[in-house]
Structure formats: structure tokens, C-alpha cells
Design a protein around this ligand. Structure first.
Ligand SMILES: Cc1cc2nc3c(=O)[nH]c(=O)nc-3n(C[C@H](O)[C@H](O)[C@H](O)COP(=O)(O)O)c2cc1C
Length: 159
């Protein structure tokens, strides 16, 4: 018998991650996005990363339609933005500072880095789809990241 999903969620919460907001756009070019920590590097040559997107996400079809997305690595002071992009039905971009990246998807101001990607593969992953993106463009600074552990946001300790 498989593990219960609540217990799996609890155990997975012991794995520390960063927090990203993944942005994409609809066919009319309007921005969409969701908070995600199912992000990982995949390959340097060719340059690939992967994300996992819930098939039930409201923005799910935008990934299929636009074939493009950006991964924004959140700053430790962007917890409110993370909560907002994890809330279904929220007006996610209202009052938010963002700009169009080099490839036309939303890049969030204040994020500590971002990657702009085109979708090159998708795979079935249970209730999620595993999306492989080829990195077209990327930027990162030296700011402090937002961390997620046991269902809560954390900061790196001062060194
Ligand atoms: C810290 C955190 C990490 C998350 N990671 C993912 C993820 O990797 N993939 C995903 O599909 N949803 C993830 N979610 C849930 C989505 O952000 C949330 O369901 C969102 O509202 C879905 O987008 P929608 O509003 O377009 O439906 C995460 C939520 C939080 C708070």
C-alpha cells in the first residue's frame, strides 16, 4: 500500500528548498504565474532545468499555449509575493513591480535571479506534469534567498 498523501507532504517538508515564482503568459500575452519549489537543475550542456506543475493549476494551460516560462528565485523579503502566487483566484500581478524579460515573460523586480526558458519536453508525473525547459537567458545577483522548510518560510542565518 502507498503512503498517505498527508504523510508524504509532511515528510517532503523536511527537505529544505528555495522558493520560486514561475511566470508564463496566455495566448493574448497576459501574465500568469504560480509559486513553486519543484524546480531543479537538470543539464549544463545543453542548458536544461525542470519544473513540476499541478495539472489543476489555473495557469496550467498557459504553459502549453505559450511554450515559454521564467523561474524567479524569490528574495527573503518576498514571502507575501510567494503567498499571493500560491493563492488560487488571487489578482496576482495587481500592484506588483515586474517587467517583461528578454523573451516576453514576466520577470519579478526584487527577485534574486531568474531564468527564461522555452519548453522542450513534458512528461507525465501523476497529478503534475514535469516540464523541461531549455534556458535561453539568466541573471542572478548576490541577495539573500527565501527558504521553505516544514511548511514555513525561513531566512539564511547571518554569517
Ligand atoms: C512553497 C510552495 C511551493 C509550491 N510548489 C509548487 C510546485 O512546485 N508546483 C505546483 O504546481 N504548485 C506548487 N505550489 C502550489 C501552487 O503555488 C498553488 O496551488 C497555485 O495557486 C497554483 O496556481 P493557480 O493559482 O494558477 O492555480 C506551491 C505552493 C507553495 C506555497
Amino acid at each position: 500500500m502507498s503512503i498517505e498523501s498527508q504523510e508524504l507532504r509532511r515528510i517532503l517538508g523536511h527537505f529544505v528548498t528555495g522558493v520560486t515564482v514561475i511566470t508564463t503568459k496566455d495566448v493574448a500575452g497576459a501574465p500568469f504565474g504560480l509559486t513553486a519549489n519543484a524546480f531543479t537543475s537538470l543539464s549544463l550542456t545543453p542548458p536544461l532545468i525542470l519544473i513540476c506543475v499541478d495539472k489543476g493549476a489555473q495557469c496550467y494551460s498557459c504553459f502549453v499555449d505559450s511554450n515559454i516560462f521564467a523561474v524567479n528565485f524569490l528574495h527573503e523579503d518576498q514571502q507575501e509575493i510567494s503567498r499571493r502566487f500560491a493563492t488560487k483566484g488571487a489578482d496576482k500581478f495587481a500592484g506588483l513591480n515586474w517587467h517583461e524579460g528578454a523573451h516576453g515573460v514576466a520577470v519579478l523586480d526584487g527577485a534574486i535571479g531568474h531564468l527564461e526558458c522555452k519548453i522542450v519536453q513534458s512528461y507525465e508525473g501523476g497529478d503534475h506534469t514535469i516540464i523541461v525547459g531549455e534556458v535561453l537567458h539568466g541573471v542572478a545577483g548576490h541577495d539573500r534567498p527565501s527558504l521553505f522548510f516544514q511548511g514555513k518560510y525561513h531566512r539564511l542565518p547571518d554569517s
